[in-house]
Ligand binder design. Structure first.
Ligand SMILES: C[S@@+](CC[C@H](N)C(=O)[O-])C[C@H]1O[C@@H](n2cnc3c(N)ncnc32)[C@H](O)[C@@H]1O
Length: 319
């Protein structure tokens, strides 16, 4: 095993054990994305209930010209996309920017090497002359490794990935991101908005059970990679939306008393005890403005879908 793979396995093990030994058990959602998890998330993006992808795609298709105006077509820039996934929606913009003879490079960052390979293959065939320089790793590792550029940096953070942090962590994440940027650099971010709670809950509780499978796959991944012995049949998937906080949280709930082996450790889990799996936080417009204010950014533009269910905002780094 290479040194990098060894280190990745040991931080996976540490994070999983820390989460399972906590008073309120949790598993970090960044580990959802192995090869099976990537495939399940790609299915989620096409589900009827998962409106987020459709809404962001609608915005990009309708507003691509305006978006390019705001990013600044007259100066070269570098797009660094954090958590790029398979780039389904980003490709709409990249293709348009290329057709407009814009001078830009594209650096997708993702913790999943598998999804970056899929993205790279698609880009080679679909947008052949794109200047493309991928980075496999965690968000901040990537930002500290990617060399400074004199060009304008434009950080893409799409798919409402920011919603995968609770509010305080979103603030520290964006504040940390701000430290890597120069005055005038931009953040282009997708944010899911508060709306009819039943629409939100349905997006994380589809009838076909793809989201259930996506959550349970992390137990399978722990079994495969960390010598675990989870039995997925002994867990229920339970998503819950709180309209006060705007937080949709997913849990796996143990149906009975059980003991789980992970690595060399045995973890007891009681009947009906919950493992917190993922948060998807929703914002309103005032909260989005506060988030910019609290993290050192100045709002420059906002784009919405027709129903105002979803926003893509552009913020500039305040000097
Ligand atoms: C919900 S998917 C969204 C993908 C894409 N942004 C979109 O809108 O379709 C999240 C992506 O972020 C990646 N990811 C999650 N946590 C990450 C982290 N801490 N560092 C780097 N990538 C991460 C996952 O591998 C996955 O591809």
């Amino acid at each position: 095993m290479s040194k990098e793979v060894n280190e990745a396995v040991s931080s996976f093990l540490e994070d999983v054990l820390e989460g399972l030994k906590a008073q309120h058990k949790y598993l970090p959602s960044k580990y959802f994305y192995d090869e099976v998890g990537d495939g399940l998330f790609r299915q989620i993006m096409h589900m009827e209930e998962y409106y987020l992808t459709r809404k962001e795609l609608e915005i990009f298709e309708r507003e691509k010209q305006q978006i390019l105006e705001v990013l600044g077509r007259d100066q070269p820039f570098r797009i660094i996309e954090l958590g790029a996934g398979d780039g389904l929606k980003t490709k709409v913009l990249l293709r348009y920017f290329q057709e407009q003879k814009t001078d830009f490079t594209y650096t997708p960052v993702d913790i999943s090497g598998n999804v970056l390979e899929i993205l790279g293959d698609n880009l080679k065939s679909e947008i052949p002359n794109l200047k493309f320089d991928p980075y496999e790793g965690d968000y901040f590792d990537a930002l500290s490794q990617i060399s400074d550029s004199h060009e304008r940096e434009v950080i893409f953070f799409l798919g409402s990935n920011v919603g995968n942090f609770p509010k305080e962590e979103a603030v520290s994440f964006l504040f940390g991101l701000r430290q890597f940027l120069k005055p005038n650099d931009l953040l282009f971010m997708g944010i899911d908005l508060k709306k009819d709670p039943s629409k939100i809950l349905a997006a994380y509780n589809d009838k076909e059970g793809i989201t259930t499978n996506f959550n349970l796959n992390l137990l399978d991944r722990i079994n495969k990679e960390l010598n675990g012995d989870f039995n997925r049949e002994l867990f229920l998937h339970y998503p819950y939306y709180n309209p006060h906080t705007g937080e949709c949280k997913s849990y796996l709930i143990s149906k009975e008393d059980q003991s789980i082996r992970v690595g060399d450790e045995i973890i007891p889990i009681s009947a009906w005890e919950a493992i917190f799996m993922e948060i998807s936080k929703k914002y309103n417009e005032t909260q989005i403005l506060e988030l910019a204010e609290d993290t050192g950014f100045k709002p420059v533009a906002s784009f919405y879908d027709n129903e105002k269910w979803y926003a893509d905002i552009v913020w500039e780094v305040k000097s």
